[in-house]
Design a protein around this ligand. Structure first.
Ligand code: AGP
Length: 608
């Protein structure tokens, strides 16, 4: 998943292309490049690695021109080198691409037969080569794009820049998102509203199969079939305000410390303090009371929030929940219950696998709802009911505040559903409301354990493997702990249901492997402690994450203890998430890792 931009302007574009790419670097930082027209000639500058490398190159060797395109890359095909960096170009056309051209090999064979050979290892270059061949055969640039796009299979957002065409860009999308921005005598193209928010607050999102001829004065949008179409112009409030780290060393640490407020805002949106109950703000497109089943799909950390949600909906609303990762769900194509609700969880709202799962459920008669942070995202736009996180932009690739606000939103919804389905009486609702109200304070208290956690992280940073254990709704928190540690410290880690350890993974246990046991005092903690004993019996290095009562009773079994405030078991998974986030953060920080932009990752995964 890459970030792409285009400007059909009336004043120099190079610097503005780079600024827009800075807004998109969360999509990939393997390489970056721009191309402009200088007296009709295509000029390119590209650099491997982060955008700053390209910016430095342009300082030494600037580019002129009032029309241009740009790209920041997350490598799918071909190593992250300058050679494979976009824009891909021939003397006639330059192209930037986000997505995957699945039939690029067969197209390359066709092109080779006509003497067109690739210079790179990428799938994307085939687009520039095909457009060139069509123009060599006499087609106009616009006709060459139509002919090229009609042969492509897979996902793509494309912007084309043509030799000699100072007033025109051509764009096309299928699968990957692409937006048009309306300026004053200038037009803009970008992967999302965030990239365009530097230049305008009026954007149109191209729909599946749309393509557009963009000149400084206008955008002529066509459907796949070629007919002129009008798309809605949205007034976007995507803000281009550069988010600062403030006193924090990394965005991830800043976002960890933003969680008390972010969670408090979610609780505030659901809880009616006077009536001691909860309600959703906007009318729902479905009624929890009528639902027979709920299907949940998401990816990565968002998926794990969904797994915790399953425990809550089944316990507090007696609503059966099926949950699967988007990449499996979309091809598993499960039978869905009539009148079912399909809920999608996504920070970015652009994750391709989750979006595909949504479209499958929409095509199979489900009520579609989503929990998202980016309210103008494709997933939000294609949902009937949207529960926004409003936790602010999440810059760190490792999701933290989005995770705890996803959890808090699902916790609130499970109580709303429990009331609607007559499972929870007002006393129980009151009890759970009180538990939710304690959350912001409990999270703030948990953050006070940061120094101890940082000390424990120092010893974990010396390990090459780690295990996380939990039971019930703490099991997905164990999985999240392992995911966080893996993605930012590159230490191999696995999360397990504590009861599952003895069925194999316990073979891994010896004195070198830290075993993080998440066991706040609840109805299952004794069971988890028995599993902890089994680890201790094999000499495992135990880090116990618990509350004062748990520490007093079981602290002696562990080598190290992280003591979190005691809370109602309902909200304990949300507080425990803070401990595993800080553990991963400080382990990675000790190792000097690039915490905010870990290798091989990107913040929004818009390809399969
Ligand atoms: C989490 O830290 C990762 N960045 C990743 O697993 C992420 O949760 C996943 O890609 C889903 O992203 P989304 O919430 O934007 O859909």
């Amino acid at each position: 998943m890459c970030g792409i931009v285009g400007i059909a302007g009336c004043k120099p574009v190079a610097d503005r292309l780079v600024s827009a790419l800075a807004q998109l670097e969360y999509r990939g930082y393997d390489s970056a490049g721009i191309a402009t027209l200088d007296h009709g000639e295509i000029q390119r500058r590209r650099a491997p690695g982060k955008l700053v490398n390209l910016a430095n190159k342009l300082t030494l060797d600037p580019l002129a021109g009032t029309i241009g395109i740009g790209h920041t890359r997350w490598a799918t095909h071909g190593a992250p080198t300058e050679l494979n960096a976009h824009p891909h170009a021939t003397p006639r056309v330059a192209v930037v691409h986000n997505g995957i051209i699945e039939n690029y090999r067969s197209l390359l064979v066709e092109l080779a037969a006509d003497g067109y050979l690739p210079l790179t290892q990428t799938d994307s270059e085939v687009v520039a080569m095909m457009a060139t061949r069509w123009m060599d055969l006499g087609l106009s640039p616009v006709a060459a794009v139509q002919a090229t796009v009609s042969k492509l299979q897979g996902a793509f957002a494309l912007v084309f820049l043509f030799h000699g065409e100072e007033q025109m860009l051509v764009a096309a999308r299928q699968g990957s998102p692409l937006a048009v921005g309306y300026g004053d005598g200038e037009m803009f193209l970008g992967s999302d509203a965030l990239a365009l928010s530097l230049f305008t607050d009026k954007v149109t999102y191209l729909e599946e199969g749309d393509w557009a001829v963009v000149t400084p004065g206008q955008a002529a949008i066509r459907s796949r079939e070629g007919s002129n179409v009008n798309r809605v112009v949205h007034q976007t409030n995507a803000s281009s305000n550069i988010v600062e780290k403030g006193p924090y060393r990394h965005f991830m640490l800043k976002e960890i410390h933003e969680q008390p407020d972010a969670v408090s805002r979610v609780v505030g949106r659901f809880v009616d303090r006077g009536a001691r109950t909860l309600a959703v703000q906007d009318p729902l497109s479905f009624d929890f009371a009528d639902l027979t089943r709920m299907t949940v799909s998401a990816c990565g950390t968002a998926y794990l929030a969904g797994v915790v949600g399953k425990y809550w909906f089944e316990r507090y609303a007696r609503l059966p929940v099926d949950i699967d990762v988007g990449s499996e769900f979309r091809y598993r194509q499960p039978p869905l219950a009539p009148e079912g609700l399909a809920l999608f969880i996504s920070q970015s709202g652009e994750t391709a696998d989750t979006l595909a799962a949504l479209r499958y459920c929409a095509a199979n008669g489900q009520h579609i709802a989503s929990v998202v942070n980016v309210e103008e995202s494709t997933i939000a736009r294609e949902s009937k009911s949207v529960f926004p996180l409003r936790c602010g932009p999440e810059i760190g690739v490792a999701s933290t505040k989005a995770f705890t606000t996803q959890l808090t939103t699902l916790a609130c919804l499970s109580v709303v559903a429990g009331r609607a389905r007559g499972v929870l009486d007002s006393d129980k609702v009151e009890e759970l409301v009180t538990a939710l109200e304690t959350l912001p304070g409990a999270i703030a208290n948990a953050l006070l354990a940061e120094d101890e956690i940082a000390e424990i992280a120092r010893s974990i940073s010396k390990a090459s493997d780690a295990l996380f254990l939990g039971r019930g709704p703490l099991y997905p928190i164990a999985l999240e702990g392992a995911l966080k540690l893996k993605e930012i410290s590159y230490i191999h880690a696995e999360g397990y249901a504590a009861g599952e350890l003895k069925h194999g993974p316990i073979a891994l246990v010896d004195e070198t492997i830290p075993v993080i046991v998440i066991a706040p005092s609840d109805e299952l903690s004794e069971k988890t402690v028995s599993n902890m004993q089994e680890v201790a019996a094999r000499g495992g290095r135990i880090v116990l994450v618990t509350d004062p009562k748990g520490a007093e009773m079981h602290g002696g079994i562990a080598q190290q203890c992280i003591v979190l405030p005691e809370v109602h078991p309902f909200v304990a998974p949300i507080v425990a998430a803070i401990a595993v986030q800080l553990l991963a953060y400080h382990t990675a920080a000790h190792l000097g890792a690039d915490v905010d932009q870990p290798r091989n990752l990107a913040k929004s995964v818009t390809v399969e």
